[in-house]
Write a protein that binds this ligand. Structure first.
Ligand SMILES: NC(=O)c1ccc[n+]([C@@H]2O[C@H](COP(=O)([O-])OP(=O)(O)OC[C@H]3O[C@@H](n4cnc5c(N)ncnc54)[C@H](OP(=O)(O)O)[C@@H]3O)[C@@H](O)[C@H]2O)c1
Ligand SMILES: *[C@@H]1O[C@H](CO)[C@@H](O)[C@H](O)[C@H]1NC(C)=O
Ligand SMILES: *[C@@H]1O[C@H](CO)[C@@H](O)[C@H](O)[C@H]1NC(C)=O
Ligand SMILES: *[C@@H]1O[C@H](CO)[C@@H](O)[C@H](O)[C@H]1NC(C)=O
Length: 317
């Protein structure tokens, strides 16, 4: 009996380890492009995918601006990445995407301090939080995930356009496919469903990419959308207790779910890959291959309406 149990357990763990090794090789960014001399801005760079992407891009010698909700956290992350990579060009900056004032200040500072912006990586996000509003009265998930990044992108656009071969990367999600923009109650004042609000905000990310691609048709800026897949990060903070997370995370990673350093490879690929040049509007999936936009993201009328509404609400452009 004991032999059978031990044998089965050994076989199981060997299979798990072999699977992890196999997955690891398939999950590496296929581009080895070095980023020396390139300036990359990453929002939400103190946690999860953003932090892991920052680490990877620091190894590739990019000049990095870590745009984080709290400056202290940005500074801690800079120290950690500097220690691990020896890259000295990593700049911590405060950016609260739930505040137009903060977004305006951040953008103004960056436009003063940075002569060029090669990559803007719109990564920060909030997931299924209880109902709350941003400083400017927007529902939090749409406010941070879409409107905040909308304002940020348009405020930095002049400099991005003036940098040759520049790129804007937008982190969306497969959960966008069931979203629909509720123009009648955009801030969910009548009815709030936290799951729907997240879905909708990630749909808004895709619609933004489509509209921005049209908007920048005659420029040399490339816009790339991506879906990172399911990744173990701090994203579930509003729906899962930290105790449950601490127990479950290593387990699900062992069983094959991506951890942050694996999950960020899609972000890194979209930020660096030369083969994406000139392919504005492309949507990249976890296998580093282009994927189709869900049908709801192809509604150009809704996307245009969202663009106009976002302009009005954020008072940019
Ligand atoms: N993990 C997944 O399975 C998955 C799947 C699909 C898509 N995504 C997307 O991936 C992106 C990154 O998420 P993650 O999984 O890495 O989660 P995460 O570990 O929770 O990181 C989210 C980041 O966004 C920042 N953020 C939240 N609100 C902000 C605000 N008002 N201003 C500035 N930054 C703010 C957070 O800052 P604080 O730490 O200060 O709160 C944090 O740095 C999100 O856009 C998410 O929608 C993730
Ligand atoms: C993520 O998993 C890989 C194995 O694929 C491992 O090498 C790496 O250290 C893990 N990273 C973290 C942050 O746990
Ligand atoms: C950026 O602006 C400078 C001066 O304003 C100009 O000379 C240069 O050609 C511009 N570069 C691009 C890529 O647009
Ligand atoms: C959110 O999206 C997921 C995945 O597409 C879907 O299963 C779910 O029903 C959606 N929830 C709501 C409330 O829209």
């Amino acid at each position: 009996m004991g032999y059978i149990a031990t044998g089965s357990a050994l076989a199981f763990f060997t299979a798990v380890i072999l699977r992890r090794l196999f997955l690891k090789s398939k999950r590496q960014c296929p581009s080895s492009k070095v980023m020396s001399g390139k300036t990359v801005i990453i929002t939400g760079a103190n946690s999860g995918l953003g932090k892991a992407a920052a680490m990877e891009l620091a190894k590739r010698r990019a000049r990095l601006i870590l745009a984080c909700r709290t400056l202290a956290s940005a500074k801690d992350t800079v120290k950690e990445i500097q220690k691990a990579t020896g890259n000295s060009e990593i700049i911590p900056k405060e950016l609260d995407l739930a505040s137009l004032k903060s977004i305006n200040k951040f953008s103004k500072d960056v436009l003063t301090e940075e002569g060029k912006i090669d990559v803007l990586l719109n990564n920060a996000g909030v997931f299924q939080c209880p109902y709350s509003k941003t400083e400017d009265g927007f529902e939090m998930q749409m406010g941070v995930n879409h409107l905040g990044h909308f304002a940020l992108t348009l405020l930095l656009l002049e400099r991005i356009k003036n940098t040759s071969g520049s790129r804007i990367v937008v982190v969306s999600s497969s959960l966008s496919k069931r979203g629909s923009i509720n123009f009648d109650d955009f801030n969910c004042e009548k009815d709030y469903n936290k799951i729907k609000a997240y879905n909708d905000s990630k749909l808004a990310n895709l619609m933004f990419v489509k509209q921005l691609t049209e908007h920048l048709r005659d420029s040399c800026v490339d816009i790339v959308a991506l879906n990172p897949g399911m990744v173990v990060t701090n994203l579930g903070r509003h729906v899962m207790s930290s105790v449950i997370k601490a127990v479950l995370s290593p387990l699900v990673v062992l069983l094959g779910l991506r951890n942050a350093s694996e999950g960020c490879q899609t972000l890194v690929y979209c930020a660096v890959a030369d083969e994406l040049r000139g392919k504005s509007g492309i949507y990249i999936g976890t296998d580093f291959q282009p994927c189709d936009y869900p049908p709801n993201a192809m509604d150009n009328e809704a996307a245009f309406k969202l663009w106009e509404l976002s302009k009005m609400l954020t008072k940019v452009a």
